[in-house]
Design a protein around this ligand. Structure first.
Ligand code: PLP
Length: 406
């Protein structure tokens, strides 16, 4: 391993603090990741040195700010290997990206009686926008079941496709179980029937290589804040052939070509989908996060994280009464579990007293909780600044909490 874990941790000031008198062990990375100093500084430096509204000014500050902002579009394009930066659209996050697709693709292409396929393991933000669309357009939603092991039932998916199917929208990695879905296979299956696919990459973009051309997906969406970038920024990637046909998502400044009361024409890609002033400071922070990840050698980060995940899974098996939710053959970065008959909330609260930040509850995936007949889970989710020592401490703490809760 070329990167030094202590140096990495030093880059994330928040990790050095104590919580309830104990060193913080932050294992809620699937909810949001912490930010390195370079990202914090990149965003702060916008306001210190170049703050000015982008794209609009003839003056120096506006030009510089626009240039730095547009550089990030290139960085994102390279990061996901998009064919063109015109296909990279900035949003507020995964949720807004899915809403953009549901609204624009939905309004442009969907008609009553059409079908969309989702899966039982989707985050609410890849369910509810489609339900709203389904109500508006009379579209039917079909749901791919999840197996006991936490994998997609691919046979069921194959059987659902028919001449009415207009889109498949699926998570790359489950935020509850860490299941890595066979997205390349799904795209191939869908494309054989000329059906486009959206991949929700919120939990994947920072844990596995993402190459949208190799995946051949039609749309890929993710949030900045889950990949060490500021909150309030995200990405919507779409193939040009769809974006050019899709209606705009929101109306406002920047997305227009010419406005008049007799009719308005729209701007070119990607601006057609970027109405209003974006969070340019946050987006510049996203560029810094990509730089930071690259400086620390992405492959080493992915390998380290995966080894840590395997180590944690193995160690946690030794905790008496632990039951994992989802044990897919391909999985990474997220471990959901229950401890005996204890309520996840009680486990999480006691862990918090010991300095551990883990998430408890339904993780915005209530249909998946219903599938397993549970109210929620305790979830440990890892990032590359976590360590084996932290995992060891977690296991000790779980044994202690298990004893306390009987
Ligand atoms: N999709 C998945 C798989 C997620 O894990 C999350 C957040 O946890 C989202 C979508 C929503 O992301 P955001 O709240 O950043 O829009």
């Amino acid at each position: 391993m070329a990167f030094d874990i202590q140096n990495i941790r030093d880059d994330f000031p928040i990790l050095g603090q104590k919580v309830n008198g104990k060193p913080l062990v932050y294992l809620d990375n699937a909810a949001t990741t912490q930010k390195p100093v370079s990202v914090i500084e990149a965003e702060a430096n916008v306001y210190r040195t170049i703050n000015s509204n982008i794209h609009r000014g003839v003056h120096h500050l506006s030009n510089v700010c626009t240039e730095v902002f547009e550089d990030v579009r290139q960085k994102v394009k390279d990061f996901i290997n998009a064919p063109s930066s015109d296909e990279v659209i900035f949003t507020r996050g995964t949720t807004e990206s899915v809403n953009l697709l549901a609204a624009s693709f939905g309004e442009t292409f969907l008609n009553p009686g059409d079908e969309i396929i989702l899966t039982e393991m989707e985050h609410h933000s890849n369910i509810v926008p489609w339900q709203l669309l389904a109500q508006r357009k009379g579209v039917t939603i079909k749901v791919v079941p999840v197996t006991d092991g936490g994998e997609l039932d691919m046979q069921a998916l194959g059987e659902m496709l028919n001449e009415k199917t207009r889109l498949i929208s699926v998570a790359h990695i489950s935020n509850v179980m860490g299941t890595i879905n066979p997205v390349r296979e799904i795209v191939a299956l869908a494309h054989a029937a000329e059906i486009p696919v959206m991949i929700d990459g919120a939990q994947a973009i920072h844990h596995v290589p993402v190459d949208v051309q190799a995946l051949d997906c039609d749309f890929y969406v993710f949030s900045g804040h889950k990949m060490y970038a500021p909150t309030g920024v995200g990405v919507f990637y779409g193939k040009r052939k769809w974006l050019e046909q899709m209606n705009p998502y929101q109306g406002g400044g920047e997305m227009i070509d010419k406005v008049s009361f007799s009719g308005t024409t729209f701007n070119d890609l990607p601006y057609k989908f970027e109405a209003g002033t974006p969070n340019y400071a946050g987006i510049i922070g996203l560029g810094a996060a990509i730089d930071y990840l690259k400086q620390n050698h992405l492959e080493e980060i992915w390998n380290y994280e995966h080894q840590l995940f395997e180590y944690a899974l193995d160690k946690m098996k030794s905790v008496s009464g632990i039951r994992f939710v989802g044990e897919a053959a391909q999985h990474t970065s997220v471990i959901s579990f229950l401890l005996g008959n204890s309520h996840p909330f009680d486990v999480g609260t006691l862990l918090d007293k010991l300095g551990f930040a883990l998430r408890t509850g339904h993780h915005c995936a209530q249909p998946l909780m219903d599938r397993f007949g549970i109210p929620g889970t305790v979830r440990a989710s890892f990032a590359f600044y976590n360590t084996k020592e932290e995992v060891d401490h977690l296991v000790e703490a779980l044994i202690r909490v298990g004893t306390m809760l009987g």
